[in-house]
Design a protein around this ligand. Structure first.
Ligand SMILES: [Zn+2]
Ligand SMILES: [Zn+2]
Length: 159
């Protein structure tokens, strides 16, 4: 059986959205399909949406994942409903956060640290300024009260 026939034998089309809903085996919420040959020891499971994309468009660029940008339905294997994306793009799009906890707008303030965690650049600048302020106040022998969740660092070291 060719790839397209195999694919379509596990697909139910949703007439409203055009989604190709997978009716075969699933794992982690995604459709999966066996590829390769058991006899030759090359048998493995592949994501059904990936299998569909490769069947129609010929392949996914290395290092990229397929993002369900159109319908957000993991079971959909319509190759037109997914597109190759880097993991980072996919993460940002599926975890939309519009500001840091202090309210600095994303994405312009968003950076990723070495552990690939989201950090806020504006907060980083503020923390640096605050560290400097505390240092100056301490040197002057003033009472120091640490800043808590404030957008601006008080300018009390200028005077
Ligand atoms: Zn879809
Ligand atoms: Zn921030």
């Amino acid at each position: 059986m060719d790839r397209m026939t195999r694919l379509l034998s596990h697909v139910e089309v949703d007439p409203t959205t055009g989604c190709w809903l997978w009716t075969g085996e699933t794992s982690w919420g995604y459709g999966r399909i066996g590829v390769g040959s058991r006899g030759k020891g090359t048998y493995k499971h592949e994501y059904a949406h990936r299998f569909a994309y490769e069947t129609v468009f010929g392949g996914v660029p290395p290092g990229m994942v397929l993002d369900h940008f159109k319908c957000e339905r993991p079971l959909c294997v319509n190759p037109e409903h997914v597109r190759p994306a880097t993991n980072r793009d996919n993460f940002l799009r599926t975890n939309p956060i519009f500001a840091c906890p202090r309210g600095h707008p994303y994405p312009e303030n968003m950076r990723f640290n070495k552990k690939n965690e989201r950090v806020c650049r504006a907060c980083w600048v503020i923390k640096g300024r605050e560290r400097y302020r505390l240092k100056v106040l301490r040197e002057r022998g003033k009472e120091v009260t640490p800043m808590r969740r404030r957008l601006e660092v008080p300018n009390d070291i200028a005077s």
